[in-house]
Design a protein around this ligand. Structure first.
Ligand code: SF4
Ligand code: SF4
Length: 306
């Protein structure tokens, strides 16, 4: 069948481009995810991220994003670093050590779309990386790349969860993959380890309490109630992933763009506390940490208790 041969061709090229996984799902309406998203928003669990409520129709229906959409090609890109940060320093989430993933993945996805057009035929579509209108975990889960863990992140049985997700939504019919089974079982390590109780129940995170949201998206003064609960995190938080038993399978990324600036790895408390705007701009010139801006990053560091 042509749709099966084309799916194989696309997966082989995705692997050649450095993606650690590639799976395909039908570009159907996302049900039951639409209902779950609606309930999450109704609870106000999105905090100040008003954009989460925008484009609801597009989020749950890929055909509203790409005319005639038939398939969603999901890809995973490993970011697990070979070297970790000095543990005695304000912590930065591992995903932000290197070059901003939006650029890295978008370039690779555009190359994949170009390959499809060159080798399969004229195909319309768009590349998405962590962009508001796409529920990337849901698509990756549907395409057999893993299951959504109790911390709400995607877990791959062979690779854990330290990877980015991106997707192409295209108007080409491809043989879809099947979802995998769920393997959290009776484990509750992520829920037990979350210092702020943000995982309010299995598969439900209240962003208002999540350190990742507070240190990156939240723009006001950090609420005093969290002062003793930050566990040293100055940008993002990896605790629920670090404790997950499936991450014992994480292997270092082979993507050179994700190599960390040595200062990110070696700086200690004093270095970060004294950081100037000039140094901030230099150290994080290509990093996702820029998103907090200098003011946000220094606000976070000042908030931490050494
Ligand atoms: S990222 Fe940190 S604060 Fe957020 S749910 Fe995970 S452990 Fe809790
Ligand atoms: S820590 Fe346990 S419960 Fe949480 S995501 Fe990992 S396997 Fe699932």
């Amino acid at each position: 069948m042509q749709s099966s041969a084309n799916a194989k061709l696309i997966k082989a090229e995705a692997e050649r481009l450095g993606f650690m996984g590639c799976g395909i799902s039908k570009a159907d309406f996302l049900e039951p995810e639409a209902r779950n998203l609606e309930q999450w928003l109704n609870h106000g669990y999105q905090g100040d991220m008003a954009w989460m409520a925008n484009h609801f129709d597009k989020r749950v229906n890929p055909r509203k994003l790409v005319d005639g959409a038939k398939s969603v090609v999901s890809v995973l890109l490993n970011y697990y670093p070979e070297k970790k940060q000095n543990a005695d320093a304000p912590q930065i989430s591992k995903y932000a050590y290197g070059t901003d993933y939006h650029f890295v993945i978008k370039d690779k996805l555009k190359a994949l779309l170009h390959f499809i057009n060159q080798n399969i035929g004229e195909v319309g579509g768009r590349a998405f990386v962590d962009s508001a209108p796409v529920l990337d975990r849901a698509w990756a889960q549907r395409s057999g790349l893993g299951w959504i863990g109790k911390h709400t992140l995607l877990i791959n049985q062979k690779a854990g969860s330290f990877f980015f997700i991106g997707e192409l939504i295209i108007d080409l019919e491809l043989e879809p993959d099947h979802p995998t089974t769920e393997h959290c079982g009776t484990c509750t390590r992520c829920i037990d380890a979350c210092p702020t109780g943000a995982i309010v129940q299995e598969n439900l995170v209240d962003a208002n309490k999540c350190i990742s949201y507070l240190t990156i998206e939240y723009k006001k003064e950090l609420p005093a109630a969290f002062q003793n609960q930050m566990e040293g995190w100055a940008f993002g938080c990896d605790i629920c992933q670090d404790v997950c038993p499936w991450n014992r399978f994480s292997a270092p990324t082979k993507e050179p763009a994700f190599t960390a600036d040595e200062r990110i790895l070696k700086n200690d408390w004093a270095d970060w506390q004294e950081i100037t705007e000039e140094v901030f701009k230099e150290v994080f010139k290509n990093s996702a940490v820029k998103r907090t801006k200098f003011e946000g990053f220094t606000r976070n560091i000042k908030f931490l208790k050494k």
